[in-house]
Design a protein around this ligand. Structure first.
Ligand code: GLU
Length: 296
């Protein structure tokens, strides 16, 4: 495995890196280095509604200040629409993707009628209204494209940190969106297509994304792509016990000087259970942590 290892850090440029995203970035970088592998950065700028202008560049600068630079040219998902279109067409051609005419409101009403309203804070599970064998669009206009999850319901996988995991994808998320009603590509499809296109072998990312893994494995299988190894890293919590997130406006990582970068990295390393480094430079501290990571 050693020389074939390819990992990536794939931030969405919806806000600058914060203390939590640095943990995921550092873990993916250390894991790649400890395996003598390749580490890539991919800017996931598909959600043009939420992305901020110039934020991809700012994140790359923050990473570089922390000693982490992509081994190959950075990919930008906004330039990858053709590949996502090809993947969707492939799924449609084997009957695994279908157009959906339902608005969010229509889904809510239908779930109420069916007595299947989501619990508070839960995402509604699409009731399959537009599945081709349920009547399809029935003259309504297609808005989004969805994955028919039925052939791949029970998903089990092994996370390198969390251990054995399982999800019934049909019950947990249902037929998930591949292309949104506003024409934007969904994260699930884009991430799977690009992980495969970049030859990624190992995904190391924050634990908040762990429950996306089954959907991504369903897509990998449906598209005939390799299944990947996963390691989900611990989350950094704020004073209220909530995870730090760009959506909640978590404070941007301050790494304008080498000392600030080292301080930020020390905190990220601590969150990963790595020993404190006495090194005086970012490069020396990273080298120590690569050894410690490889020795675990
Ligand atoms: N772009 C996603 C995010 O920033 C992460 C994607 C991934 O690592 O799979 O939340």
């Amino acid at each position: 495995m050693a020389s074939a290892y390819r990992g990536r850090f794939a931030p969405s440029p919806t806000g600058p890196l914060h203390a939590g995203s640095l943990v995921a970035a550092l873990a993916s970088w250390l894991d790649a280095r400890a395996h003598h592998g390749t580490w890539l950065v991919r800017i996931e700028d598909i959600d043009t509604v939420r992305c901020q202008a110039g934020m991809g560049e700012r994140i790359l600068a923050q990473l570089a200040a922390c000693g982490m630079v992509s081994d190959e040219p950075v990919w930008w998902q906004s330039q990858r629409a053709a590949a996502y279109g090809t993947a969707l067409a492939q799924l449609v051609s084997v009957g695994l993707a279908y157009p959906c005419a339902c608005s969010r409101r229509a889904i809510e009403v239908e779930l109420q009628v069916l007595g299947q309203e989501p619990e508070r804070g839960q995402t509604p599970v699409y009731p399959g209204t537009c599945r081709p064998d349920h009547g399809g669009l029935d003259g309504r206009t297609a808005r989004a494209w969805r994955m028919d999850i039925r052939p791949h319901t029970e998903l089990a996988w092994n996370d390198r940190r969390l251990g054995a995991q399982a999800q019934n994808v049909e019950q947990a998320v249902g037929d998930f969106v591949l292309k949104r009603a506003d024409g934007l590509w969904a994260y699930q499809l884009a991430v799977v297509v690009d992980d495969a296109a970049q030859g990624i072998t190992d995904v190391v990312r924050g634990e908040d994304l762990a429950d996306n893994t089954p959907r991504q494995r369903v897509l990998q299988t449906a598209l005939g792509l390799p299944l990947l190894r996963y390691l989900h890293t611990p989350l950094v919590l704020d004073a209220d016990g909530d995870k730090l997130s760009k959506n909640k406006g978590a404070a941007a990582l301050v790494c304008d000087t080498p000392t600030q970068a080292l301080v930020a990295l020390q905190a990220a390393a601590q969150a990963l259970g790595l020993p404190r480094s006495d090194a005086l430079t970012v490069g020396e501290a990273l080298a120590e942590w690569v050894r410690a990571w490889g020795a675990r």
